[in-house]
Design a protein around this ligand. Structure first.
Ligand code: ATP
Ligand code: MG
Length: 1020
């Protein structure tokens, strides 16, 4: 791909126009200006040094002068000259030309304008070039080579071209909105990153300045041990950062040729993502006037439309150009970890920090960095806690941008309520924080726009066409919204079934599957976990063992290692046929191994549940929906869209289709499903009373955002609920609901109301009680805060510390007790294995021994025992076993629970333990819990052998991988951060080069963070 080399934007501001108010930041030695000879030694010494070599600089000056003369001639020939400013997006006319602005955009024809013709005579400059290159320090030669490599035109050889390339390394390009904003129907033509000759803008620094600054830096930098490529890349980046700094000083957010970013960013997208060009919609969206003005934006495109890339470019603009922190909110822990892995390498290359806020990870408030900016990648819950902590410490100004993926989550229960609360607080407290939301499944955008005060961009573009079908009996119909009933006949399914097979597979899933596998991949969404296992087993019985047997055996071995020698019998049976199931019953390690094997084609079919539906990039030529149900509920349109959207992912598949298997009885429901619009997204604040409106009102007082009834009302009007007020029942207005909520909080002892007589008309002000503060700080569900307080208080009177059982009980999440049904024999066995002191815990928390024994022997029980307590204690037995055995497999067998459930319990307990810790931190009487809970949170977070903990700090390194790395000799974070990815690939089994690179990058980021945590080493 060619670097822009057609137009030049001059950018040599007179010194007087630069801001001098604050000391210029020096991000790297390369930016030091020549002449400001600081105390550092010239590392190169005489032979390789240009420092102070005025004759060399003079030569450069001469060449530059000559170049400018030549160029002026070229420009005249090329014609039109316009002025431009990328960030304002304004293209001024020629009349407005003013040299004092120093930004000239040459709208030049590619061939005629600036590119050298290969028939051009070699002029005397060429000789000069050679002699200059002879004189250059070796590091500088490398820089030239790099610049040369970046150019696609290998014919370029004259000095003016070298100069041109030099200039282009700091150039800026823009497309005029009028010439390039595509209509929706033009949306699927890719837009080249760099070759739009009509409206390119380029800027140039003085060549001499460039050389001076770059070479000064090179002279100071230690280059001998650094690899050539790395050195080259650093030189280019430093050069661009140097320009960037100057741009920042001049209050422009434009620091480079790629949407205001250094061209290195473009290279990184190519290198790490294989993305060569932006889609036209992506370009159009990035060039939106509203984005340039930093307005809030919602954008919506079909699944696989490439939404992430746009968000990532905007994020990088914020981090690098505007030098502000960014928060990215994603729906699930696994997706947060995936994103951390994907963006860590960008962080390492572009010098920003990537911090994980998921599960029990995350620091509140985040550490204030002196130099580096942070990208916080968070789940909805942790994103909320982070925003609270920034509001509390009056640091919202640091947060320049918040990006929300899967914005439709706003309508989804308690998580939706938390997301709404977070966004409402950001909107209310920080006018300078921009909000960007994206989704593939939005309907009532108007409400969301009003709530977020946002502009809206949408496009129907999907890079890979997705064909939708339904199957009724053996007829396949194409979904066609233009027809009356929504379907048109497509074909008959042609497959010969024996009577046995017909019985085993009445829905002819095997016929559908074998049309695509093993050449292509296929996903089957099933309504339940059990069903997905059954489908995987059933399909494999009628298939032959196919290719890549060795890799499949390796996968089985890998899964055995993960399970400490055990493997799920279903997986053992199905994997040799290239098939597996995928649902929340798998451990994280298993899930990751299976996803990787599927991505690389070792597995070609996954029978999965809806857990695989959101935002996942896996290959699937065909997605089959086993039935239009999720558990017992009929599919929602958005669920349907998300599931089928996994087929035909860009860059992975060249085509995609979905087939929904429908029984005759459901035909009409399915017709409604495919023809109806997406569901509306409604505020969940009221539905989720304690996690919704009450929790919001409490934290508004806690954070002093709103402390009077009037302020509360005003805040509530700015929520999504406020926007959708008309949907409330006629019984109560929003203001009355708010009033009720406040009264309820006062009753619970979380808020107090006092009347201040200062004002003439006495005002009632709300204050938060200590318990209230602890509750919102710990993000404790208001339904449990009083209970938690009582239990902790009781613990103070007699906490049994012989083991951590009692403490574990206190950290067992309340909300997991509902769907727990103890196996009474297991309960009794576990009870009998406890020491006398531990048995006392059982008594203290309120479960009599007689209750357990009677339950186990099936006797009737007259006594009234709180089932929530009984269940909670049972779950704490599970956690207790986990901490002792550190083996999810043996514990799940012992308690007859799925290993995925056990792991989920562990993760939730880790998270809740950290919540209880924050709760206790606010209440002096609970000081003693602080040390205990800090340690317990750590144990629960890394429920593995202690030696693996440092490696598991690295995002995405789960237990199995940590063990492998440890055994391969990478025993500390530093080892891993300094590892050579190539060596890792060779020494660690089943590790691809891509994964190795990601692990090392993540380790570097984590190591930087750990270093920063020590205030004495906060040099970032
Ligand atoms: N300009 C591009 N050129 C090539 N591939 C691209 C481009 N933009 C994005 N992609 C690729 O397209 C795939 C899907 O993109 P992405 O994950 O952003 O989709 P999405 O719009 O977020 O979909 P979903 O709503 O399903 O999450 C990714 O593999 C991504 O790397
Ligand atoms: Mg996405």
């Amino acid at each position: 791909m060619a670097e822009p080399s057609l137009a030049v934007r001059r950018k040599s501001r007179p010194v007087s126009t630069r801001k001098r108010g604050r000391a210029p930041v020096q991000p790297s030695a390369v930016c030091s200006p020549v002449g400001s000879n600081d105390s550092e030694e010239d590392m190169f010494g005489d032979p390789d040094s240009f420092y102070g070599n005025s004759s060399f600089l003079a030569q450069v000056n001469d060449i530059e002068q000559k170049y400018l003369q030549d160029k002026n001639a070229d420009i005249k020939a090329a014609g039109e000259i316009v002025l431009g400013n990328l960030q304002s997006g304004i293209h001024q006319k020629k009349d407005n030309f003013s040299t004092s602005e120093n930004m000239v955009v040459f709208k030049a024809d590619k061939e005629e304008g600036f590119q050298m013709n290969e028939n051009d005579p070699v002029d005397s400059n060429q000789e000069l070039t050679v002699s200059i290159l002879d004189d250059l320090p070796s590091s500088q030669l490398l820089y030239f080579e790099e610049v040369n490599e970046l150019s696609s035109d290998s014919r370029l050889s004259s000095i003016s071209e070298i100069r041109n390339k030099f200039v282009s390394s700091s150039s800026v390009k823009i497309r005029s909105p009028s010439s390039s904003c595509p209509d929706a129907e033009h949306g699927n033509r890719p837009t080249d990153f760099s070759s739009d000759s009509k409206c390119d803008l380029l800027k140039a620094e003085s060549l001499k300045d460039h050389l001076k600054s770059a070479m000064t830096g090179n002279a100071k930098a230690q280059t001998l041990q650094v690899s050539k490529t790395k050195q080259l890349k650093e030189a280019v980046l430093s050069e661009e950062i140097c320009v960037a700094r100057k741009a920042i000083e001049s209050s422009s957010a434009d620091i480079g040729p790629f949407y205001g970013l250094p061209s290195k960013v473009k290279d990184l997208f190519r290198q790490f993502r294989g993305i060569e060009t932006l889609y036209e919609w992506q370009h159009a969206c990035l060039m939106l006037e509203s984005l340039q003005q930093r307005k809030n934006l919602i954008y919506s495109l079909p699944t696989s439309g490439g939404k992430t890339l746009v968000a990532e470019i905007i994020i990088l603009q914020e981090l690098l150009c505007r030098q502000k922190d960014v928060l990215m909110i994603l729906p699930y822990v696994a997706i947060v970890q995936e994103k951390i892995r994907g963006l860590s390498s960008f962080g390492v290359e572009l010098d920003f920090l990537v911090e994980e806020y998921a599960g029990s990870k995350g620091r509140f408030p985040p550490l204030k960095r002196r130099k580096k900016k942070s990208l916080y990648i968070a789940t909805i819950e942790k994103g909320h806690a982070l925003v609270n902590s920034l509001i509390e410490t009056e640091r919202m100004d640091d947060l320049g941008l918040v990006v929300v993926d899967e914005l439709h989550m706003l309508g989804e229960g308690s998580r939706g309520a938390t997301l709404e609360i977070t966004l409402a607080k950001i909107l209310y407290t920080s006018k300078n924080t921009q909000i960007i939301g994206m989704s593939a499944t939005l309907n009532n955008v108007g409400d969301l726009q009003k709530f977020l005060q946002a502009e809206y961009y949408t496009n129907n573009f999907r890079p890979v066409e997705l064909k939708e079908y339904i199957k009724i009996r053996d007829t396949i119909y194409a979904v066609d919204s233009k027809t009356e009933n929504g379907f048109t006949f497509s074909r008959l399914l042609n497959f010969k079934y024996s009577s046995n097979l017909e019985k085993a597979d009445p829905d002819h899933i095997i016929a559908l599957v074998t049309e695509v596998i093993p050449e292509y991949s296929c996903l089957i969404f099933c309504p339940t976990k059990k069903n997905s296992e059954n489908v995987a087993s059933m399909v494999c019985k009628y298939l032959k063992k196919l290719h890549r047997e060795k890799e499949k055996q390796d996968l089985i071995q890998n899964l055995k290692n993960i399970g400490n020698g055990s493997i799920c019998p279903v997986l053992k049976q199905t994997i040799p046929f290239g098939i597996a199931y995928h649902h929340s019953g798998l451990t994280n390690d298993e899930r990751k191994s299976i996803e990787e094997a599927y991505s690389t084609g070792v597995l070609c079919l996954l029978a999965c549940t809806a857990t695989l539906a959101a935002g996942v990039n896996l290959p699937a030529r065909r997605v089959i929906l086993r039935a239009p149900y999720v558990a017992n509920d009929f599919l929602k349109k958005s669920q349907y869209k998300q599931m089928i959207g996994r087929a035909g992912r860009a860059g992975i598949d060249s085509a995609g289709e979905s087939i929904l298997i429908v029984q005759e009885k459901d035909k009409h429901l399915v017709q409604d499903l495919v023809n109806s619009p997406l569901e509306n997204c409604y505020s969940s604040l009221l539905v989720e009373l304690t996690k919704g409106i009450q929790s919001l009102l409490l934290s508004l007082v806690g954070l002093k955002i709103a402390v009077t009834h009037e302020e509360m009302d005003s805040f509530m009007c700015s929520t999504l609920l406020g926007v959708q007020q008309q949907l409330l029942s006629n019984e109560k207005s929003l203001s009355e609901i708010t009033k009720d909520g406040i009264e309820n909080l006062i009753e619970k002892g979380l808020l107090k109301e006092r009347t201040s007589a200062k004002d003439h008309d006495s005002k009632r002000t709300l204050t938060i009680t200590l318990l209230g503060k602890a509750t919102y700080k710990g993000a404790i569900d208001l339904a449990y805060c009083n209970l938690l307080y009582r239990e902790l208080k009781k613990g103070l009177e007699g906490l049994v510390l012989e083991s951590n059982l009692h403490l574990l009980y206190l950290a067992t999440p309340y909300d997991m007790t509902f769907n727990c049904s103890p196996d009474w024999m297991v309960y009794l066995r576990q009870f009998n294995q406890l020491s006398a002191a531990e048995q006392k815990v059982v008594d203290i928390v309120g479960v009599p021994e007689s209750f357990i024994t009677k339950k186990a022997s099936g006797q009737a029980i007259r006594k009234n025992v709180d089932s929530a307590v009984v269940n909670r204690l049972y779950l704490s037995f599970v956690l207790y076993a986990l901490l002792r055995e550190t083996n999810i497999w043996s514990v799940s067998e012992k308690f007859n629970m799925s290993r995925g459930y056990v792991q989920n319990l562990l993760n939730s307990a880790a998270s809740f333990a950290s919540c209880v810790l924050h709760f206790c931190e606010e209440l002096e009487e609970f000081w003693v819990y602080k040390a205990l809970l800090t340690e317990l949170t750590k144990q629960l977070t890394y429920c593995v052998k202690t030696e693996l903990i440092p490696l598991m700090e690295v995002a995405g390194v789960l237990e199995a991988r940590a063990k492998q790395l440890y055994n391969a000799g990478y025993k500390t974070l530093a080892h891993l951060a300094n590892a050579n990815p190539e060596t890792l690939v060779k020494t660690v089994e089943h590790l691809s080069r891509r994964q190795a690179n990601q692990i090392v990058s993540s380790a570097k980021v984590t190591k930087a963070l750990v270093g920063i945590c020590d205030p004495s080493t906060d040099l970032y």
